[in-house]
Design a protein around this ligand. Structure first.
Ligand code: SF4
Ligand code: SF4
Length: 580
């Protein structure tokens, strides 16, 4: 028996049902799916793609060749893949296509808490919403089967609690053979013009009708109480626990597939019960499919909150209220852990790069930022905007046009640059945008678990790409070389001012977790320290703290990596490297 994570069980479920190719772009909470797939699915193909659109399209191309393929991403990644999603819903597939879009109600590590199931609804494809890891395994298998049977893409939507929780599971994994597909030409389907698209849309509607009625044809309604709760996903698993523990007189109806639901089944539920509460995260997808709303309690009548994760305490109170009983959470027992502010790691090369940006821009700077570890530049006052992947570059162009007197310095990571930064930079070049783009290259996708980056292959170089798209000023510098990092950025800013064109500085230093500095002599703080706070508040290295008793800064030897970057930051030369 193994104790496996939800993401592992999704990967194994896909593998067990014949998926032989998997594509993904990393993003919490989905990243472990591809890692697990490449671990368990021996003999199969897996790829970290440049972005989610590419991952989706690669999987779709295999699926229209008769293969069983999967692509996985986090919910905001689905926004990037939405264009082909809507189109492939019409064309359908030949083999099977599973899209795993992992949601983050809360949100805990995302810019939104959007509900991927609404994309499935809008694109008109079935979506499964597992309640726990083993359910995720079973529903992935059902999803692959359904996709193949009806030649339709199918979505699996686990939330973070399903992705990252663990459950006992007995796995038997055998080696499978990578098989080739066989693409059969049919332009009326695969290259459909609007005339054929209309036909495909009608077929898609027919498929959904058949899927909803056949999937739920043996679903039983067994009324024992006056009230029922229907729902899907992790929040419904909590409801199941509460109803059992508190012995509540409520009937429960779990819907594996939250869309499409058969209208007749929903009507029957309405007719049989006095009141129905719908529990799902985070949008009312099941709820909107009920034709009659008069007996329905949920988000649409404001009974359930329209945002945030549905917790055990919250749902307990709501379930009691729903059946007309009082229940108040004892707020004193509501344990809240003290949060720790996220900061860049000790020795992170992004820190001196941000410090250089601040120093060069002085008080004239606007700093568009992006998605990744370096979003934490916000703590260093070196990130002013953070919208979505690649938006630092487009925001830099827009901000430079509307704020011509300001010094615009944008930051983007290496992985994000390839993900969506390049088209934005091309746009900036052809429109003579006035800003400096700093590409913070740590040679990995660090935030999501060190997935590979394109230039790691050695087949492509960031600076060559930058030069190739027409950037005339592009310099590479190691941010650990503090003074040089500042000098190069000053040159870039003055190039932008005089030439009214964008410039690029690549700050390249490998992620600190990949390097060991400890062999070097220790970096220490001497008694020359005047406790000006710059090193631990403005520079914010987590290894430096204030010793209040001594009224000076000190270095925590356990976490300091002896990178030595703080040496240049101290205005009183109090930080030094010990001699032998
Ligand atoms: S920057 Fe220098 S003087 Fe200021 S607190 Fe740090 S070590 Fe002390
Ligand atoms: S040497 Fe300085 S900057 Fe580097 S980890 Fe240690 S305290 Fe932080």
């Amino acid at each position: 028996m193994n104790f496996l994570m939800g993401n592992e069980l999704i990967a194994i479920g896909a593998y067990h049902s014949g998926v032989t190719s998997a594509y993904a772009y990393p993003g919490t909470p989905s990243s472990e799916i591809l890692e697990a797939y490449s671990h368990y699915a021996k003999g199969c193909y897996s790829q970290w793609s440049i972005n989610e659109k590419i991952a989706f399209e690669l999987a779709a191309a295999e699926a229209i060749s008769g293969k069983f393929a999967m692509c996985s991403m986090k919910q905001v990644g689905l926004n990037v893949a939405a264009d082909p999603l809507f189109s492939v819903a019409y064309t359908g597939v030949k083999g099977a296509l599973i899209i795993v879009s992992a949601d983050d109600p809360g949100p805990y590590s995302s810019q939104t808490e959007q509900d991927s199931r609404m994309y499935a609804f809008s694109a008109k494809i079935p979506v499964f919403d597992p309640i726990n890891p083993v359910d995720a395994y079973e529903l992935t298998k059902k999803g692959v089967e359904l996709s193949h049977k009806f030649e339709i893409p199918v979505m699996i939507r686990p939330v973070m609690r399903v992705c990252h929780s663990r459950q006992s599971f007995d796995i038997q994994v055998e080696k499978s053979e990578y098989n080739y597909g066989n693409f059969e030409k049919d332009v009326s389907r695969w290259a459909a013009t609007p005339k054929y698209r209309k036909v495909l849309h009608a077929k898609l509607n027919e498929k959904l009708e058949i899927i909803s009625s056949t999937y739920y044809q043996n679903y039983k309604i067994n009324r024992k109480n006056k009230f029922a709760v229907v729902g899907s996903g992790y929040s419904f698993a909590i409801v199941m626990d509460i109803v059992k523990e508190k012995k509540l007189d409520i009937d429960l109806y779990k819907f594996d597939m939250s869309f499409p639901l058969p209208a007749a089944l929903l009507d029957e539920l309405i007719n049989r019960y006095e009141k129905i509460l719908v529990i799902e995260e985070t949008q009312p997808l099941i709820e909107i499919q009920f034709a009659r709303k008069d007996k329905i309690f949920g988000r649409l009548n404001d009974f359930i909150t329209k945002m945030g994760e549905l917790t055990y305490d919250y749902l307990t109170e709501k379930l009691f209220n729903f059946i007309g009983k009082e229940f108040k959470i004892n707020k004193n027992q509501d344990f809240k852990a003290k949060g720790v502010k996220p900061r860049l790691c000790p020795g992170c090369g992004h820190r001196p790069a941000f410090y250089a940006i601040k120093k060069v821009a002085k008080n004239k700077g606007i700093f568009p930022g992006d998605i990744g570890c370096y979003t934490l530049g916000v703590n260093l006052d070196a990130v002013d905007t953070c919208i979505c992947m690649g938006a630092s570059v487009t925001f830099a162009e827009g901000l430079s046009r509307s704020n011509p007197e300001k010094t615009i310095i944008a930051t983007i990571g290496d992985s994000t640059f390839f993900h969506t930064g390049i088209p934005a930079l091309i746009n900036a070049v052809i429109n003579d945008a006035k800003f400096v783009l700093c590409i913070l290259d740590n040679e990995t996708t660090a935030m999501t678990g060190f997935q590979p980056v394109p230039h790691e292959s050695g087949k492509i170089k960031i600076e060559k790409v930058v030069e190739g798209i027409g950037i005339e000023f592009c310099k590479v510098v190691d941010p650990y070389k503090f003074e040089e990092g500042i000098k190069v950025l000053e040159e870039a800013v003055s190039f932008v001012e005089s030439n009214r064109k964008p410039a690029v500085v690549v700050y390249r230093h490998p992620c600190v977790t990949k390097i060991k500095y400890r062999k070097k002599n220790d970096v220490v703080i001497t008694d020359d320290c005047r406790n000006c706070r710059i090193c631990y508040e403005k520079f914010e290295c987590p290894a430096i703290f204030e010793n209040k008793l001594k009224n000076k800064a000190e270095i925590d030897r356990l976490i300091c990596v002896n990178c030595g970057v703080c040496i240049s930051v101290c205005p009183f030369n109090a930080i030094v490297r010990n001699s032998e």
